[in-house]
Design a protein around this ligand. Structure first.
Ligand SMILES: C[S@@+](CC[C@H](N)C(=O)[O-])C[C@H]1O[C@@H](n2cnc3c(N)ncnc32)[C@H](O)[C@@H]1O
Length: 224
């Protein structure tokens, strides 16, 4: 298991009632839980039969096939909702994760913990979560093969939290356990912003430019 998947795995409560891995593909998360003696229900769900078969084959080769329910479905399977209290949606764009959550409004309940790992559009996902009453308790960063991945653990409270603009993109510093990695992620984000700002020449980009300039200042830019 690579560091991205391991960081997701480490956020799962080993005493959870059950886990549903949406967009499971290889199935490594439920397989690892089964191998480690997780006693709750395990559901591996995918919208495509190819990836779901891959998960089934991998589970079979690890002799944990009988421990996992494989579900071919779009998004979070509502008909199995009583069997899990933890949902993982990982390795997809932040906008796709938003649309999966949006189609499952029954998940807007304090009975479910969501562990989300957007590959892109992290700011779209955080904006969606905080404006729909989810409290993000953990903004985790995981570095693997030179890339920094973001992982969000959250739960519905019904109260809208507030995030500054740059926090929407990289998370809240105080909710990230690896402060050194957070500082590096913030630095790299600031440098990217400076590149974008210097590339925004025309007047039609002015509002975007000033938005980016504000964020670069929030992150301590001295050159902009
Ligand atoms: C890139 S893989 C990620 C696999 C694994 N979750 C990970 O993080 O390594 C994305 C998987 O999500 C599945 N997927 C995409 N949209 C989905 C949806 N609406 N419902 C369920 N699965 C979906 C795809 O078929 C694919 O297997």
């Amino acid at each position: 298991m690579d560091r991205r998947l391991l960081s997701i795995y480490n956020l799962i409560d080993p005493h959870a009632k059950g886990l549903c891995d949406v967009g499971t593909d290889h199935g490594m998360i439920p397989i690892r839980l089964a191998l480690d003696g997780f006693t709750g229900d395990l559901i591996a769900a995918d919208i495509k039969s190819g990836p779901l078969s891959r998960a089934e084959e991998n589970a079979l080769s690890h002799s944990v096939h009988d421990r996992i329910t494989f579900c071919l479905c779009d998004g979070i399977p509502e008909h199995l909702s009583g069997r899990f209290d933890t949902v993982v949606v990982a390795g997809m764009g932040g906008d796709l994760i938003c649309s999966i959550l949006d189609k499952a409004d029954w998940i807007f309940s304090d009975g479910y913990t969501l562990i989300l790992q957007p590959m892109t559009k992290q700011e779209v996902l955080r904006y969606y979560l905080i404006n729909n009453g989810f409290f993000i308790s953990d903004d985790i960063l995981a570095e693997d093969s030179g890339r920094i991945y973001q992982i969000i653990r959250c739960r519905y409270t019904g109260i809208n939290d507030s995030y500054s603009d740059h926090e929407l993109y990289i998370g809240k510093k105080g909710r990230c356990p690896d402060q050194e990695l957070y500082s590096r992620a913030a630095e790299s984000f600031r440098k990217n912003l400076e590149k974008i700002i210097n590339g925004c020449g025309s007047s039609e980009d002015e509002s975007k430019r000033s938005f980016y300039i504000n964020m670069a200042h929030q992150l301590g830019s001295k050159t902009i």
